[in-house]
Design a protein around this ligand. Structure first.
Ligand code: KG4
Ligand code: ZN
Length: 347
């Protein structure tokens, strides 16, 4: 069975083809994927402009689909199911992927399958050379979400804790903006932090002692703003690097402590880290060191699959179909998107 997957929830257009055998004997395989990032287009505005994002998805999605089919040496006739990100995300952007999936399905007489974007991130380590085994704790850290989940099986997700305000990626991006770095700031802030002292500035670690695996990052951005103002109009390169390193250290320390808390509380010895912030080197270093001490295995998606992509959407659909936990929708059945959609609400 071959699944063609579309991702268009935010500022990346992703298309991929995944193949799987019925029955759980072998893991689904990625045949080809193609991605177009809109980062350069949104950079001029300092963030994602939803209307521009939707229009660009329209321009990119068909050429990317052609590219995937050529690379996989396949044709549309070989596709059995067409999967798409149904939510959460930007409504107009989601509608492009969902609309293209539904139209292709109707034209080909093939079924569609709606996928939850965060389930895609959560299952993305199954595309790596070192896939996890169930059950595990998942730390989902992206631009829009920061959650700790207990995952017992594909489709069985229990929310252990989440952010009460900003997401970790948002904390990186907003702090980076205050430091004058381009959008999206996470990777730029991480780069600047390499030459900085993480102890130079004392920044808050909100909810660190709440006793629960929850997060709050809004106060950190305010603290960074206060420091930026104190540094005045002409901070030195070293001062900026020190502030970047201190910001990163605050975010990473909270993510680390809360992940360990969730692991301890659940009694599980396996952690999966997914979402864009999962690409952060300091976070990986510290999680690896702390987990090694506690005999906990940590799994990450491939670096290129940490941020949004089509492969994770096709993979999530394939894993669901392979396990028979979701039936695809017949073609011609229309489609809907869910811009707001809690992962715990999927069935
Ligand atoms: O998962 P993702 O591509 O999109 C969402 O679903 O939100 O995550 C994007 C987020 C952005 O906030 C970006 O700044 C952050 O991931 N990010 C990073 C790094 N790479 C991406 N944050 C810190 N360090 C990085 N190396
Ligand atoms: Zn994402």
């Amino acid at each position: 069975m071959k699944v063609l997957g579309f991702e268009s929830s935010c500022d990346e257009t992703g298309v991929a083809l995944v193949e799987f055998n019925e029955g759980q004997g072998s893991a689904p395989r990625l045949l080809a994927d193609a991605l177009h990032s809109q980062i350069a287009m949104h950079q001029a505005y300092g963030g994602v402009v939803p209307e521009l994002a939707s229009r660009d998805h329209i321009r990119r999605v068909i050429p990317l689909t052609r590219e995937v089919l050529v690379r996989a040496n396949a044709t549309l006739a070989d596709v059995d199911v067409i999967a798409y990100t149904q939510g959460p995300g930007l409504a107009g952007a989601l509608l492009v992927g969902a609309g293209v999936a539904a139209s292709l399905a109707a034209a080909l007489g093939k079924p569609t399958m709606a996928v939850h974007h965060l389930e895609g991130h959560l299952l993305s380590p199954f595309l790596s050379s070192d896939p996890p085994e169930f059950p595990f704790v998942a730390l989902l850290v992206s631009g829009g979400h920061t959650q700790l989940m207990r995952v017992d099986e594909v489709g069985s997700y229990e929310l252990l804790g989440e952010t009460i305000d900003d997401a970790a990626g948002e904390a990186f991006d907003k702090s980076a903006k205050l430091l004058g770095l381009p959008y999206p700031g996470g990777p730029h802030l991480a780069k600047l932090a390499e030459s900085g002292n993480p102890e130079a500035f004392a920044l808050p670690r909100p909810l660190m002692h709440s006793g629960k695996p929850d997060f709050s990052f809004a106060g950190l951005k305010t603290a960074v703003l206060t420091q930026v103002k104190k540094l005045g109009d002409a901070p030195t390169e070293q001062q900026r690097a020190d502030l970047a390193a201190s910001t990163q250290a605050a975010i990473v320390e909270v993510l680390l402590k809360k992940s360990l808390m969730a692991l301890k509380g659940s009694g599980l010895k396996r952690l999966v880290v997914a979402g864009g912030v999962g690409a952060n080197k300091k976070l990986r270093e510290q999680l690896n060191a702390a987990c090694a001490k506690r005999s906990i295995r940590v799994h990450y998606p491939e670096l290129s699959l940490c941020t949004d992509n089509g492969a994770m959407i096709a993979m999530a659909a394939a894993l669901r179909l392979q396990r028979g936990i979701a039936a695809p929708a017949p073609s011609g059945g229309g489609f809907e998107v869910r811009p707001r959609w809690a992962l715990g609400a999927i069935s």
